[in-house]
Design a protein around this ligand. Sequence first.
Ligand SMILES: Nc1nc2c(ncn2[C@@H]2O[C@H](COP(=O)(O)OP(=O)(O)OP(=O)(O)O)[C@@H](O)[C@H]2O)c(=O)[nH]1
Ligand SMILES: [Mg+2]
Length: 507
Amino acid sequence: MRVKKVQGNSVKEAMKKATAMYGDEISLIETKNLKGGIFNKSKGWEVVISLPEESEEEIRSKSRNSFQNRLNSSYGGGFDLRIGDDPLEREDDDFTERQIPKVKQKQNSRPSQVRPKQKLKKTENSNEIDLTENAKKILEITRQKKIESGVSDDDFEKRDNSGFPVSNSTRRRENTNQTRNRQQAEQKADNTELNEIRKEMSQLKDTLKLIQNMFWEEKHPNTENKSATSIPPEFSEIYKIAKTSGMNQEHLDLIMKLSIENMPHKMKESSETVKRYFKTILRKMIPVRAESLVQRPNKKIIMFVGSTGVGKTTTIAKLAARFTLEQKISYKVGFLVLDTYKIGALEQLTQYAKMMKLQIDTVASPSDFGAKLENMLQNDYIFIDTMGSSPYDLDKINMLKEFLEQGTYNHDIDIEVTMVLPSSLKYEDLKAGYDSFSALSIDTIIFTKLDETKGFGNIFSLVHEVQKPISYFSVGQEVPEDIIVAKSDYLVNSLLNGFKRNVDGDR
Ligand SMILES: Nc1nc2c(ncn2[C@@H]2O[C@H](COP(=O)(O)OP(=O)(O)OP(=O)(O)O)[C@@H](O)[C@H]2O)c(=O)[nH]1
Ligand SMILES: [Mg+2]
């Protein structure tokens, strides 16, 4: 394989030059951006191409031989053309008419180089062969053929490697091959150029993001921590997303620091890889609890606590449907309602119990709680609905505590406490709510109203701070479908890419 280098202002231009210099059958091997100078600006492109298998000398020789063979077959052989008949040296395509007189001229001036090897057929009137005359005849015949076959001048003047016109079918085949080769080479060149452009665009995008985010920082002068301005451009997009997600600033700074310090160098190259790494870190920082179904004859008792209107009763109804209707085993679920203070509170759950044919009971005082629970132990799951209370209403929270203490009186089944929190609250409010209810020894958290939320950084920060696992996400008002088992991936995706209710496999 012969390899050549050709330069131009663009890859396309260099390829055009190369095609002009070496023909259509060249193949592109590689392209190189010729950079240099103070700003390392591009000074053009260099293409490395391979020539067809035949060397230049072979092409020349083939050309000579073919020309010679034709002469020999036409005139009985005996010609040896060696000088001045090289088609690669000619300026234009008009080979037939220019070469033949040239042969004669050379024959005259340098007889040793163009010499008859054997006796030539003689013309009727002359002992010497008149090449000029014969060439004219050949030309005449070919012109005649051209007229007969209706081939255009341009078409007709095309020559094979030896410089002679080629047949229509051969020409078409060659044309197709050449066109294909040229298209492939151009395609390859275009792809390489496109990839380079894409890479540069991506770098530009990152820089642009940095500039945008710097403006964004300017608009938020209250930001105490100025670490954002010192972050590399590739991190600026992720920083902005995380910050606007409602994530606690301390958490954000810590994650950014960890990411910048520990991220493998290769991954820092683009905002996409930074985002992937950041996602992995976030995922690892979110504690979730996988759903484990109860193994009969074991039981599970769960008390749902939280502020007024956060979605406790609705979530209980959704979970009851999940365990009774959606599992391989149809579990038995019972409701025990502590929520007797609010008018109509019992009605809401009674409706669901009727629909699903579930046991339901109420309890008003902590002293009755143990006995009521014992009465429900034929169920696999017992869900305890509680009255909603303000996080600042400590009396109500203390009352719940009393219930819990009395609840285990006659059996040894633990009562799991699940705190229901709406994801629409900002981090500080979530934290305050959690702190108030933490006297109840919370085991897991269910976040509701994800469908009404934009940021999700608040959820991340809370669970990261309190280190309690999330068990479910409630993603709408519909019972039973709007509940999904908590997965860290789901939360991270919502945080970075926005909320999507339907994620396959999460239910
Ligand atoms: N958009 C949306 N609304 C929800 C979601 N979960 C519950 N809700 C709605 O929130 C409102 C309150 O829900 P409840 O289940 O009654 O809340 P609660 O915590 O039991 O309220 P109290 O018993 O008064 O403390 C209802 O209108 C529900 O339909 C959710 O995930 N998304
Ligand atoms: Mg309720």
